[in-house]
Design a protein around this ligand. Structure first.
Ligand code: PLP
Length: 497
C-alpha cells in the first residue's frame, strides 16, 4: 500500500486533509484551494489504458486521488455518473477532422464538458458526507458563466440531503443556456439571474464562502455550504480521466505508438480543464504541449507571454461566453505548484490580485511554464474557424471549440510542431446554434432559436441531441433576479436564515 494522499491548501501550509474532506469543504477556510501534496504516477503505462472502458479508466485514475473512498464506494459513484445520461457508450469519443483530433466532451445531460465532472460530483459529495457523519443539509452555492450552472443543477436535482443555488449573469449566457437553467425541475433547485457579469457573481459567491458570521448562522440552521465550481477537487480529478482516455484512444486507433507524445489544445476560462491536463502530464501521460486558448478576454494569453496576470481591463462579451472570465480561479493551483508548493508566496500573490488586480511571477516560476503555450482568438477568427472547418471536413464545432481550433492552427504555424494534437471540444454546436449558423451562413435571418437548431440539424447531418429537443416546450420555473449586492439576501431567504 502506498502512503495516503493528503490535500494541502494553496494559502496555508499548516492545513492538510483527506480527499473526502476536501470534497466536502470545496474551498479551504482561509480562501485557499485544495491541492494534492504529491501527484500520483499512472498505475500502468498510458498505452495500457487502451483496453479499458471510460468507467474503468475513471476508476484507475480516481482511486489514486480519492484514496479514502473504498473500491465499492468509488465504483458506485462512477457507475452512477457515467451511465445512459450520456448518449454514447464511449462517453468521450475522439474524432478526426482536418488534421486534428477532437475529444468530444459534450455527450452528457447538458451537452457541454462540465457534465464530465458534475455528473459524478454529487455522488462523491454525498458519499463523503456519509463518511464524516455529516447530517447538515449540503448547500451547493454556484456562480456560473452558463454551463456549470445547468450541469450542476442536473447533477444535484433531487439528490437527498442537498440544495443547490445557482447565480448566473442575466445577460451573459446564451438563450439555450438560460432556458436550460430556468426550466430546471427539482424542489431543491434555485436559479437566480444577476444584474452583473460572471466575475461579479463569482466574487459575491467567494465572499459568502469566506463570511464567518454567515457560516455561523448556516450551521445554526443545520446547513453547510459547498461548492460545485471548478475549484472543488471533486471536479478537477474526474477531468484528468479524459486526458488519459483520449491518449489511449489514439493508441487504440493506431494514430500514435506507445510512449509517443501528443499535444492538447484547451479552450480556457477558469483554468480547470487545462489544469487537469497539467496533472495528467505530471502523472506521466506523454504530453508535450498544453496549448491554452483564450477568447478576446485574453488575460491568460498575456500572462503566458509576459509573466504578469492583470485583470484590470475591460470585460468583453463574446460568442464563447463560458470563457468570458477575467479571474481564472484555478490558475492559483498552477501558481502554487510553479513556486514549489509555497503557500506563503501563493497567498501573497493572491492578496495582490485582490488588492491591486494584478501580480507578477518570478523568472524561476516562468521557467516552469514552458510546457504551456498561450494563444488568443478574436471574435472574427472564431466565426471564420467554424466556417473553414465545415468547408474542409463537414464537421461543425461550437464557438468555444473554435477558439481552441484556431489557437492550434496558430501554434502549429508558429512552432512547426507536427505532434498529433487533441482539441478539447467542450460544447455541442447545438448549444450555441445562433453563433454557429451565423458563422456558417453569414446571417441568421432573425430566426428563433428553435429554427436555428433545425437549420443546424440540416447542415451538420447529425441528430438534435435530447438535451435540446423538447427544451422549448418546458415551463419556466425560475424567474428571480437580483443585483450582485442582493445575492446574500437571496441566499438567506431561500434557506430561511
Ligand atoms: C466552462 C467551459 C470552458 C472553460 O473551461 P475552464 O475549465 O473554466 O477553463 C470552455 N468551454 C465550455 C463550453 C465551457 O462550458
Amino acid at each position: 500500500m502506498s502512503k495516503e494522499l493528503r490535500y494541502k491548501s494553496t494559502r496555508d501550509s499548516s492545513l492538510s486533509v483527506r480527499a473526502s474532506e476536501a470534497i466536502l469543504k470545496g474551498l479551504s477556510n482561509e480562501g485557499g484551494l485544495f491541492v494534492p501534496e504529491r501527484v500520483p504516477s499512472l498505475p500502468m503505462p498510458a498505452a495500457a489504458f487502451a483496453s479499458l472502458s471510460y468507467r474503468e479508466c475513471a476508476y484507475e485514475i480516481m482511486r489514486l486521488f480519492f484514496d479514502d473512498f473504498s473500491e465499492e464506494e468509488l465504483k458506485h459513484c462512477i457507475e452512477s455518473a457515467y451511465d445512459d445520461k450520456f448518449d454514447t457508450a464511449e462517453i468521450a469519443p475522439v474524432r478526426e477532422a482536418s488534421g486534428a483530433w477532437y475529444l468530444e466532451l459534450f455527450h452528457g445531460a447538458t451537452i457541454a464538458f462540465k457534465d464530465m465532472a458534475l455528473s459524478i460530483l454529487p455522488h462523491l459529495m454525498t458519499t463523503a458526507a456519509r463518511k464524516h457523519g455529516v447530517e447538515d443539509t449540503i448547500v451547493i452555492l454556484t456562480a456560473t458563466s452558463g454551463d456549470t450552472g445547468k450541469a450542476a443543477l442536473a447533477g444535484f436535482a433531487d439528490v437527498e440531503g442537498t440544495k443547490i443555488i445557482v447565480f448566473y449573469p442575466k445577460d451573459g449566457v446564451s438563450p439555450v443556456q438560460k432556458l436550460q437553467m430556468v426550466t430546471q425541475r427539482g424542489d431543491n433547485t434555485f436559479v437566480i439571474g444577476v444584474d452583473g457579469n460572471f466575475d461579479d457573481c463569482q466574487g459575491a459567491v467567494k465572499k459568502m464562502f469566506n463570511d464567518g458570521e454567515l457560516k455561523k448562522r448556516l450551521s445554526d440552521g443545520h446547513f453547510r455550504f459547498s461548492s460545485a465550481n471548478s475549484i472543488n477537487i471533486g471536479r478537477l480529478v474526474p477531468q484528468i480521466v479524459y486526458y488519459v482516455y483520449a491518449y489511449s484512444r489514439l493508441i487504440k486507433n493506431g494514430v500514435i505508438k506507445e510512449g509517443e507524445e501528443i499535444n492538447f489544445t484547451v479552450p480556457t476560462g477558469n483554468f480547470g480543464n487545462i489544469l487537469a491536463g497539467y496533472y495528467a502530464k505530471r502523472m506521466g501521460l506523454p504530453v508535450k504541449m498544453l496549448i491554452c486558448a483564450s477568447n478576446e478576454n485574453r488575460v491568460l494569453f498575456d500572462f503566458f507571454r509576459s509573466g504578469t496576470y492583470d485583470k484590470n481591463r475591460k470585460f468583453i462579451l463574446t460568442s464563447s461566453p463560458s470563457m468570458d472570465i477575467l479571474v481564472s480561479s484555478n490558475l492559483e493551483r498552477l501558481i502554487y505548484h510553479i513556486c514549489d508548493d509555497n503557500a506563503e508566496k501563493t497567498a501573497e500573490l493572491m492578496k495582490l490580485l485582490s488588492t491591486e488586480g494584478k501580480y507578477d511571477i518570478s523568472e524561476g516560476m516562468r521557467e516552469k511554464l514552458k510546457d504551456f503555450a498561450g494563444y488568443a482568438t478574436s471574435q472574427r477568427e472564431t466565426g471564420e474557424m467554424i466556417d473553414t472547418l465545415f468547408k474542409e471536413s463537414g464537421y461543425i464545432i461550437d464557438p468555444h471549440t473554435a477558439v481552441a481550433a484556431h489557437a492550434y492552427r496558430q501554434y502549429r504555424a508558429d512552432s512547426k510542431d507536427e505532434t498529433p494534437t487533441v482539441i478539447v471540444s467542450t460544447a455541442s454546436p447545438y448549444k450555441f446554434a445562433s453563433s454557429v449558423v451565423r458563422a456558417l451562413e453569414g446571417k441568421t435571418d432573425d430566426k428563433e432559436d428553435k429554427a436555428l437548431i433545425d437549420r443546424l440539424e440540416e447542415l451538420s447531418k447529425t441528430k438534435i441531441p435530447p438535451a435540446v429537443d423538447g427544451l422549448f416546450s418546458l415551463p419556466i420555473l425560475h424567474r428571480k433576479t437580483t443585483s450582485p449586492e442582493g445575492m446574500v439576501l437571496a441566499v438567506e431567504e431561500i434557506l430561511g436564515l
